[in-house]
Ligand binder design. Structure first.
Ligand SMILES: O=C(CO)[C@@H](O)[C@H](O)COP(=O)(O)O
Ligand SMILES: [Fe+2]
Length: 228
């Protein structure tokens, strides 16, 4: 599979979201950061804006829920038009049930881990998921520096996916840029969220193509992909 690049609209102009989606035509997914000022110290947008955005763009929406009580809210984001819904392991009371509800409603189910949350306790849940998101910054804000101490966790997760013969995608989010994407791809990520590295440029669509090219080149040389 070619690397997937998901621009994060957190770095876009919220008053012009439809135009900002058009500016990244060719992106695989549009990453939508939902924050509730409880799970993270920031507040962004909710169900009504996801509903409007899904009508305004053909790019499928990848909703990253940084909220409390995702068990209650996640299905509503599928109904609002999200093609993929990510809830945080630290916030979900019933992650298996929530993942099954997301899938039953027709979207891809995904779970996120904050930097200090290990993957190992969640090994048995992996078959319930279509994607696992490893945060490479503390969630809450765009434009932070990539935490390269997360690279071993990406490697271990890729090994677990291979051990179980699973197809799930491995997403990284936070500080992903031309300077860091190759290390993420080499370690085993195949879906890359990029906010500032895409939107804080003169040509966001070109930035998407360049990041994808860099990731594909790094993946082609990676031991995990050769053994795939
Ligand atoms: O979920 C988050 C932050 O909590 C991310 O999706 C950011 O929006 C990524 O922004 P950059 O680090 O790429 O600027
Ligand atoms: Fe995100």
């Amino acid at each position: 599979m070619a690397a997937q690049i998901n621009p994060s609209i957190l770095s876009a102009d919220f008053a012009r979201l439809a135009e900002e989606a058009k500016a990244v035509e060719g992106a695989d997914w549009l990453h939508v950061d939902v924050m509730d000022n409880h799970f993270v110290p920031n507040l962004t947008l909710g169900v009504p804006i996801v509903e409007s955005l899904s009508r305004a763009t053909d790019i499928p929406l990848d909703c990253h829920l940084m909220i409390e009580d995702p068990d209650r809210w996640a299905p509503q984001y599928v109904e609002a038009g999200a093609g993929s819904v990510t809830f945080h392991a630290e916030a979900a009371a019933a992650p298996v049930r929530t993942a099954r509800e997301i899938r039953a409603k027709g979207a891809r189910a995904s779970m996120a881990l904050k930097p200090a949350t290990p993957i190992e306790p969640y090994e048995d849940l992996l078959p319930e998921l279509d994607m696992l998101l490893i945060m490479t910054v503390e969630p809450g804000f765009g434009g932070q520096s990539f935490l390269d101490i997360m690279l071993p966790k990406i490697r271990r997760t890729r090994q677990l996916i291979a051990k179980h013969g699973l197809q799930l995608w491995l997403q990284v989010d936070g500080g992903v840029s031309a300077a860091t994407i190759e290390r993420c791809a080499e370690a085993g990520a195949d879906v890359f969220v990029a906010g500032s590295a895409v939107y804080n440029t003169d040509d966001p669509a070109a930035a998407v193509r360049m990041l994808r090219h860099q990731a594909d080149e790094a993946t082609a040389k990676a031991p995990w992909a050769c053994a795939h």
